[in-house]
Ligand binder design. Structure first.
Ligand SMILES: [Mn+2]
Length: 318
């Protein structure tokens, strides 16, 4: 028997959610099953290919809803969980007892852990640290920018590997290790360390790049990394460099998309003036109230720069 798990790729919470889901359902529903993982990335005009759902049971964790009867399990906490009103209608009309959505959760991992405990009586005390860190990382609850940017702890080392590794192999190796190993054991794994070292060197150089390119005005940091062709950067670097700023807007040009990222400073007190998911939804993107993104086709660089400039203007007039 095969359980196929689609998870949010290159995201610590996505990996931790896949690991927790596996422990929970293997122990409660599918003992002896094989689990296979498919990393999902947000893409422009995304729809789900039915061929993705090739398991005897199919699950999506930490990623948007797929309107297919093959989807047995679904857990998500993103405000933008439905691609269309039709998808939301499909979800509501199907009313599956194994589909769970709560945008009030900071992490999908904590959401799965709570549902597994409350509805199914499942406990995994050895994974409490994993749940704790998924909630800190996905909820941007680090104590300060230094903790998030200086990468001294096992959890933040794994964030760097998960977000920066090419392809999905390293992430899926971590998903399998997370089911039984502590985070410090995983970070010390020789294969994981081998991936970490060059990414860490690049992380240090990204701090310099963002220091040089970032323009901070009226509470908004903006930078354009299109020419670097990088997949991403540690999203707390702008607030490490500009602690007084509230928002960051950036443009990236990565392997399969042009991406506008819109984030907020988690160490600024008080409510924000804007819902960033709602701003991004206007341009076909999405996310959470405090962090959002818009993915455009790879050749849409001019559009991406225009949209980024509009969002910068909107946030600066806050
Ligand atoms: Mn998440």
């Amino acid at each position: 028997m095969l359980v196929r798990v689609l998870y949010h790729d290159h995201c610590f919470d996505g990996a931790a959610a896949a690991a927790y889901f596996t422990r929970f359902t293997r122990e409660r529903f599918y003992p002896g099953a094989d689990y296979a993982y498919t990393g999902m990335m947000h893409a422009p005009n995304q729809s789900f290919d039915e061929a993705l759902f090739d398991g005897d049971e199919n699950a999506i964790v930490d990623f948007k809803y797929a309107p297919t009867m093959k989807l047995t399990w679904w857990f998500d906490h993103h405000q933008s969980a439905f691609l269309s009103p039709e998808d939301a209608g499909h979800h509501h009309s199907r009313a599956s007892e194994h589909h769970f959505f709560d945008p009030g959760y900071r992490s999908c991992t904590k959401f799965i852990a709570d549902v597994a405990r409350e509805r199914f009586g499942f406990l995994a005390p050895d994974l409490e640290d994993l749940v704790h860190w998924a909630d800190i990382i996905d909820g941007a609850q680090y104590a300060n920018a230094k903790e998030a940017v200086e990468i001294a702890m096992p959890a933040t080392k794994l964030v760097l590997v998960i977000e920066g590794a090419k392809g999905s192999d390293a992430v899926q190796r971590i998903i399998r290790l997370m089911q039984t190993k502590r985070l410090d054991e995983i970070a010390a794994d020789p294969d994981i360390r081998g991936i970490f070292e060059p990414l860490y060197a690049r992380h240090l150089s990204m701090i310099d790049v963002i220091r040089e390119r970032g323009s901070a005005n009226e509470g908004v940091v903006f930078f354009d990394l299109v020419d670097l062709g990088i997949e991403g950067y540690n999203k707390f670097i702008p607030y490490y460099l500009h602690p007084e700023c509230v928002y960051t807007v950036s443009v990236l040009h990565a392997s399969f998309r042009t991406k506008i990222s819109v984030g907020s400073n988690p160490w600024v007190n008080g409510p924000l003036t804007h819902n960033l998911a709602s701003i991004c939804e206007r341009y076909g993107g999405g996310g959470h109230p405090r962090v959002g993104a818009i993915s455009l086709p790879k050749d849409a660089i001019d559009d991406a720069r225009r949209i980024a400039a509009e969002i910068v203007r909107e946030l600066r007039t806050a």
